[in-house]
Design a binder for this molecule. Sequence first.
Ligand SMILES: [Zn+2]
Length: 155
Amino acid sequence: MRFLVTEECIRLARWLRLMGYDAATASATPLSALYRLAHNEARVVVTRNRRVQAGRLVRVIHLASQHLEEQLRQVAQELSLPIEPSKAFSRCDVCNVAVEPIEKARVKDRVPPYVFQTQQAFHQCPACHRIYWAATHYQRARQVFDRLRQEVRRA
Ligand SMILES: [Zn+2]
């Protein structure tokens, strides 16, 4: 499942990436370019823009809420989206590309000393070179994903 999220919903796109999904962003102007991209790359469009209409070739989810967790819940439920813990945190949430493992020795001067001392596994984004590790915000995100997973299962 791949997504094309319109620009005003960038936060949702970043969270879909944290969940491991390929979530590209695009402007809704012009609409024809948005539809073409969604169709060519087989992406589900996610938007709050009412001008964006589902068509024969393009599936569209209109987000009902402005609240991030509500939006994630809606997308997960409408698509029966699998939320797989093993896929979480496998992409850079800024660049939408898969992160790659990097040896601990190579990040020594690039992360805070405390992080270097306490973490064992590091990943790097091949595009922006940000270093990723299991930090506190991961735990918070994991709680959100766990809640969503249970709710989608119940629905
Ligand atoms: Zn990146």
